[in-house]
Write a protein that binds this ligand. Structure first.
Ligand code: PBG
Length: 326
């Protein structure tokens, strides 16, 4: 081997050398655990398409948050499944709704040791399963939806959320929420914008977990079109101009180019959502013995960090946190 080329191989010789020169490090501090809480159940219900993931009761949710806090996971994001749904998704902004009740209980359990992020969207709460309210042509009404998101944000902030994360991809949602929070004197509450959220087929298992599959049509008119990368920069710039404190790209692995360009283009913290389908594909292949699931999990999450994410929302949070401890 010619002389100058030898350097990199010398530095790969032992685990300690590789550790010393690693350019990307995955740590517990990078992880955000998505959790589901369901109203009206007595025991946690497994989500069949997401092995290891459950719909929590209020009690099991609290225990899970305690375990995550003890492992040092810094944040969780909460999704609620209400007992009753209606056209307006009324349950989403009910001060004693499933998410608001859970936020109060979690704050009591973990204090300030974890960041509590609340998903601000309607699809889990509407009987039609769309992320917004519908007009008389059965199309999502952007501006009417903004009012709903604003109400939801206030009740979530009242219940103790540190961060509001609007995931519905309505135009102007960050600004509407920021203004509502200011009017309600919640200046301390941050907004994590799902800035570049693509209309992905990888959300299928989540829709089982959150019971939110659209009853007709799809989300292609409000979520981003997968072929478009530069558009993600526009969406992100808009969200930041409207007051987003942090931004997100979703899904993660099929959009590493988008993560890298958002990272390069903006200075705010960038999150990436390693979504349900990404998790389920990994679990299914591992269960069949086709891949080493533990190794692929670390490789995938490290790749998402390498692309430039500051933190990763992943259903692998707990198991990876356990492994990073030992
Ligand atoms: C919408 C929402 C979805 C996800 C997070 N928030 C589903 C969708 O847009 O259809 C998907 C997350 C995942 O797949 O893990 N409230």
């Amino acid at each position: 081997m010619p002389f100058p080329e030898q350097r990199s191989r010398r530095l790969r010789r032992t685990p300690a050398l590789r550790r010393l020169v690693a350019q990307t490090r995955l740590s517990v501090d990078d992880l955000v655990a998505p959790l589901f809480v369901k109203e009206g159940i007595d025991t946690p219900e497994p989500v069949v398409s997401m092995p290891g993931v459950v719909q929590h009761t209020q009690e099991s949710l609290r225990k899970e948050a305690r375990a995550l806090a003890d492992l040092g996971v810094p944040a969780l994001i909460l999704f609620g499944v209400p007992a009753r749904k209606d056209a307006l998704g009324s349950g989403a902004s009910d001060p004693s709704g499933v998410v608001q009740t859970a936020l109060r209980s979690l704050r009591d359990e973990v204090g300030e040791s974890m960041v509590l992020i609340a998903d601000d969207c309607l699809d889990e709460f509407t009987d039609h399963g769309h992320c917004g309210v519908l007009d008389r042509h059965q199309q999502v009404d952007n501006d009417a939806t903004l009012e709903r998101y604003a109400d939801i944000a206030i009740t979530q902030a009242d219940a103790g959320a540190d961060v509001i994360a609007p995931s519905g991809m309505m135009d102007g949602q960050v600004g509407a929420i920021r203004r509502a929070l200011a009017d309600a004197n919640h200046h301390e509450v941050a907004v994590l914008a799902y800035s570049a959220k693509y209309a992905s087929a990888l959300y299928g298992p989540f829709r089982d977990a959150a019971e939110c599959a659209p009853q007709f049509g799809d989300r292609r008119s409000y979520q981003m079109d997968p072929p478009n990368a530069r558009e993600a920069l526009d969406e992100t710039a808009l969200d930041i101009s409207e007051g987003a404190d942090m931004v997100m790209v979703k899904p993660a692995l099929a959009y590493l180019d988008v993560i890298a360009s958002v990272r390069a283009g903006f200075d705010v913290p960038v999150g990436a959502y390693h979504v349900s389908g990404e998790y389920s594909m990994l679990k299914a292949a591992a269960a069949n013995g086709w891949i080493d699931g533990d190794a692929v999990a670390l490789e995938h999450l490290t790749a998402i960090k390498r692309a430039g994410a500051d933190f990763i929302l992943t259903y692998l949070a707990r198991e990876v946190a356990e492994r990073l401890q030992t």
